[in-house]
Design a protein around this ligand. Structure first.
Ligand code: PLP
Length: 288
């Protein structure tokens, strides 16, 4: 199957696609990105991802590389050219190519790169029986609400998870509270049946999956609290799970050495998985 990338106005064979060495994304991580899933060639929550991209660009004062109407057309064309039914779309925008200087360059066009990859969905076994995670100290910058390409601290945390043969690292602030995962948002269900997740502020990336799930939970009459919670509270919770565009709603059954909910996937987690799967089906026709 042909793998085609979009690079600054051109559709190029993925293997030949490249960017300039003076691209500020490469030099300074001066850029932002989005990851959007598609099923049956339909974007899942495409408009919500575009809106977050627009916000990230604005926060970093990077101009829009093309207007969003044009972006939608390019995305559709790229998905068609790649010929995949299900997969993921990366949209990456950097401030552009300029002589190396910390100060923003003048009159530089932002660079736009888009690539398509295979779907990154967890295995059915992981959805059904849950995954293990570890905790890691939070060492990222203070604007995690911006979906910046600067993911060094995230990849270090994920690497620790990989080394420990677990799925994810939950990031812990110096006060002992968990904010989110290295590439996911974190939810717990208290023993009294309340769904708790960190409030959407500058300490976390406001996940699209998180937002959608909170809406579905509200509709289903599940009590929700958006607040920080400690590692100890998470370990003592009745249920826990993580969310993202690539993992959907993934149950967590062990945090460090502590089983959560006796090591079994909880009922509210299962209910939310079903609600989210129905949501995906309604939008794209894809069954999980
Ligand atoms: N938090 C971080 C740090 C992430 O990298 C991601 C996704 O990549 C998420 C949360 C989940 O966001 P979304 O649901 O929009 O994929």
């Amino acid at each position: 199957m042909a793998r085609i990338a979009y690079v600054n106005g051109k559709y190029i064979n993925h293997a030949q696609a490249s960017v300039h060495i003076e691209d500020r994304g490469y030099q300074f991580s001066d850029g932002v990105y989005e990851y959007v899933a598609f099923y049956n060639r339909k974007l899942l929550d495409g408009e919500l991802h575009f809106k977050r991209l627009e916000r990230s660009l604005k926060e970093l004062q990077i101009a829009e590389p093309v207007n969003f109407a044009a972006l939608r057309v390019i995305v559709r064309e790229l998905i068609e050219r790649n010929g995949r039914e299900d997969g993921g779309l990366y949209i990456q925008v950097t401030r552009g190519v300029a002589k190396r200087d910390h100060v923003f360059p003048k009159n530089v066009r932002p660079a736009l790169v888009m690539t398509i990859c295979g779907a990154k969905t967890p295995k059915p076994n992981e959805f059904e029986h849950g995954v293990k995670v570890i905790t890691q100290p939070e060492i990222r910058w203070a604007r995690r609400d911006i979906k910046s390409v600067s993911l060094l601290a995230n990849i270090l945390a994920k690497q620790e998870a990989s080394r420990a043969h677990v799925r994810e690292s939950l990031l812990v602030e110096s006060d002992g509270t968990i904010n989110e995962g290295s590439a996911s948002n974190v939810f717990i269900v208290t023993k009294s049946g309340k769904l708790v997740t960190h409030q959407a502020d500058e300490n976390i990336l406001g996940g699209i999956t998180r937002d959608v799930l909170l809406r579905l939970a509200h509709k289903a009459g599940i009590a929700v609290e958006e607040r920080a919670f400690s590692v100890n509270e998470a370990k003592a919770a009745a249920e826990a799970f993580i969310t993202s565009t690539s993992i959907n709603v993934l149950p967590v059954v062990k945090i460090d050495d502590k089983l959560v909910g006796g090591g079994k996937v909880g009922e509210i987690t299962k209910q939310l998985q079903e609600l989210y799967n129905a949501y995906i089906y309604k939008q794209t026709g894809k069954k999980f």
